[in-house]
Design a protein around this ligand. Structure first.
Ligand code: LAN
Length: 727
């Protein structure tokens, strides 16, 4: 599909003219990058600070008077960050990190004959070149990880599809690493699947993915509608594509990849023997004996399938794919299911279909051009999440009241108003969806998935803006806030905790069926301290403003949620984070929750232990630094460098707990202030987020929202401590 490209050895300079890229923000926060071909177009649509900042170009924003105290530093921070707010009120941002997503976009598009524009493919190539591991030229599961077969095999195939020659030094080096790791035969199951679609891995090398599970009765404890939503929305199209054994038509590139990816002769590989062959460097969650046994049985079934049963399963899976596409306007829940759905729809309905065109249009929402090239993102953005934090930061610090910030807050409120989901999904029960009426999702309203904590943070942000400030209109009605509350109340689990998108629907033992090898805890929902906190803190604030609405239910929910939080504290004093790194992240949330019921350092053993735990991790320079490896291991792993964002989380924790000693806080504040740049911004440091235990993911807007929040709050906090120690 792509002409071979003559690519130089260095990827440090852009392969396209960076002054021609523009970020288009429209339709409720969708953001897509466009390359302008002519000077006239460029003159009509000049590059703004948002484009320049994210492209890594000079923004030329002015130097600010040096901050004399934490509040001035926070104010300078926002003076800068305000320039990155889009016209519709939200803060667009890059959401990269995982290194197994771009190959899905490249391979999925290739096998569906859906091209990328020339500038896009050039910048994707550059991105992959820039992300190749400096030590060995391979790729890992995420940008900071060690090279694995999953990362290296898939990204190598992507580079080749995009037109890079097999003898280009980047390919030569990556191939050597892949071969050293044992070659693509030992790629984990999701990699086997992508390579099978590309027709460079035999379907016989995959464990069965039977679509028949969909036609089994819903009450079965292992029915896939009980799985964690991401796992099941990936499994839906996978089971369809497996059922029809989709594979791309052979061509020269495919024949050549069959030679390049393996250490052995492709045509002599014993494929069934590869089903459980996974390279050690990749392995995080080895198969259970139960899963291996089930696979033996299912493999036997594959030899004698019942055609009507298979057909029914394939049709049911296809129906679910269509329902998901329609529920989400073709955004789909996430980037993996997006590309599997796209391949399935392209296969069934062809390139002239509406589905094909819509998928192509929305594919763009996952692509992002950063300073190192074009990447694929973890979702179609983190819009709500970023608006939620910065608006709360501004209100809590008092920066919201400054005349200079009012317009920006009004715009943010408009965005929050527009992004609340006001109906249940179009296909609600037929697609096994939880309600959505009253929810906020993680990205946009169009994507349309309830997330418990995003609803919490969205509602909090609205209440802060509408009820704590005197200049804002009441755009979100009381009724709509009650809808959000009603929805959150449906999401509490029997142990008091809140999970991510839904209630926990399946038994814990489903984890024994985890097929993915590279991720942990993905088969069912779990309760998370982070999600629990966002929900109950928003309920508590709501209760203050509207004390008569479902007061009893709210009280009970908060009470039982606190019990869950007590129970999930680690003996050392912290909480393990699942969505941010790691203890510093989750402990911040847990202590916020505890403060709400009056549990602080002085009054609660739980809170005190948490503070002591954090204080024990403070570094000589006053900051904190935790590696993403903490999330893999469930135990604190120190980062080589102190991290601004984690330092802010730690200090926020101490302040929530009303930690009485000013000195550690003052040192941390000094550290964060010392890293502020003359224009008020902070430099990007290590990656901030994580998911499924092993995969790091970037939240680059955190380096603005949390320092602004922490510094502004610490300013008042330290003054309070002084007065209380004087009195
Ligand atoms: C996210 C991003 C946001 C995150 C929070 C809101 C922070 C969290 O508190 C709840 C869970 C949620 C919504 C979340 C779930 C898993 C996601 C969607 C991601 C980490 C972003 C990418 C990830 C998704 C699973 C990536 C695709 C990979 C697969 C394994 C399917």
């Amino acid at each position: 599909m792509y002409e071979p490209l003559n690519i130089g050895h260095s990827a440090s300079e852009p392969f396209t003219d960076y002054s021609r890229w523009r970020l288009l923000v429209n339709d409720g926060g969708r953001h897509t990058w466009h390359y302008l071909r002519t000077d006239e177009e460029c003159a009509k649509w000049p590059q703004n600070s948002i484009d320049k900042f994210w492209l890594g170009m000079k923004t030329n924003l002015p130097e600010l008077p040096p901050a004399q105290n934490p509040m001035e530093a926070a104010r300078n921070g926002y003076t800068f960050y305000k320039n990155l707010q889009a016209h519709d009120g939200h803060w667009p941002g890059e959401y990269g990190g995982p290194m197994f997503l771009l190959p899905g976009f490249v391979i999925g598009s290739y096998v569906s004959e859906m091209g990328f524009k020339d500038e896009e493919r050039r910048e994707m190539i550059r991105y992959l070149m820039n992300r190749a591991h400096p030590d060995d030229g391979g790729w890992g599961i995420h940008v900071e990880g060690h090279s694995t077969v999953f990362g290296t095999g898939l990204n190598y195939a992507a580079l080749r599809i995009l037109g890079v020659d097999a003898e280009h030094p980047v390919c030569v080096r990556a191939r050597a690493t892949l071969h050293k790791l044992g070659g693509a035969a030992a790629i984990p199951s999701w990699g086997k699947f992508w390579l099978s679609l590309l027709n460079v891995y035999d379907w016989e090398g995959n464990n069965p993915v039977p679509p028949e599970l969909w036609v089994l009765p819903d009450w079965l404890p292992f029915h896939p509608h009980r799985w964690w939503i991401h796992t099941r929305t990936v499994y839906v199209p996978m089971s369809f594509l497996y059922g029809v054994r989709f594979k791309a038509e052979e061509n020269d590139l495919i024949l050549s990849l069959r030679e390049e990816l393996y250490v052995q002769d492709y045509y002599t590989i014993d494929w069934p023997a590869q089903r459980n062959n996974v390279c050690k460097a990749d392995l995080y969650a080895p198969h259970s004996a139960l899963f291996d046994t089930i696979n033996i049985v299912l493999s036997a079934y594959e030899q004698c399938i019942l055609p009507p049963f298979r057909r029914a399963g394939v049709e049911k899976a296809y129906e679910l794919i269509v329902l998901e596409d329609e529920n989400t306007e073709y955004q789909t829940l996430g980037p993996v299911s997006k590309m599997f759905n796209l391949v399935a729809r392209a296969y069934r309905e062809g390139p002239d279909s509406y589905a094909y065109k819509q998928h192509k249009l929305k594919r763009q929402d996952f692509m992002w051009v950063g300073k190192d090239g074009m990447m694929a993102c973890g979702t179609n953005g983190s819009q709500l999440w970023d608006v939620g934090f910065i608006t709360q930061a501004l209100v809590e610090t008092g920066l919201a009241k400054l005349e200079e910030n009012k317009d920006s807050l009004l715009k943010a409120l408009e965005w929050l108003n527009d992004s609340q989901i006001q109906q249940d999904p179009q296909h609600h029960h037929t697609s096994y969806r939880h309600s959505t009426k009253g929810a906020w999702g993680f990205s946009t309203k169009e994507q349309g998935y309830t997330v418990s904590d995003c609803t919490g943070e969205g509602l909090k942000a609205v209440m802060y803006l509408q009820n704590h400030l005197d200049f804002t209109p009441k755009l979100v009605s009381e009724r709509r806030m009650c809808d959000a509350v009603d929805l959150m109340l449906t999401l509490q689990n029997p142990n008091g905790g809140f999970a991510s998108y839904e209630l926990i629907r399946g038994p814990k033992w489903l984890e024994w069926l985890n097929p993915a090898e590279v991720f942990g805890d993905i088969m069912t929902e779990y309760c998370y301290p982070e999600c629990t906190t966002s929900v109950i803190t928003s309920l508590a604030i709501f209760r203050k403003h509207y004390p008569y609405y479902r007061a009893h239910d709210i009280d009970r929910t908060i009470r039982t949620a606190i019990t869950y939080l007590h129970g999930s504290q680690k003996p050392e004093g912290g909480w393990v984070g699942s969505w941010g790194i790691c203890f510093t992240y989750a402990t911040q949330f847990a202590l916020e929750s505890l403060s709400l019921v009056g549990e602080t350092y002085e009054t609660s053993e739980v809170s005190r232990r948490a503070c002591e735990f954090l204080i024990g991790k403070q570094r000589k320079d006053g900051g904190w630094g935790e590696s993403y490896k903490s999330c893999e291991q469930g135990a604190w792993v120190e980062h080589a460098e102190t991290q601004v964002v984690q330092t802010c989380w730690a200090v926020m924790s101490l302040m929530y707990a009303r930690y009485p000693h000013p000195e550690p806080i003052a040192r941390a504040v000094q550290m964060v202030m010392s890293r502020q740049l003359p224009d008020g911004s902070w430099a990007q440091e290590a990656i901030e987020g994580v998911f499924n235990k092993t995969c790091a993911i970037a939240y680059p807007n955190f380096k603005f929202s949390f320092p602004i929040w922490m510094l502004g709050k610490a300013h008042g906090y330290m003054a309070d401590l002084k007065t209380s120690s004087l009195s």
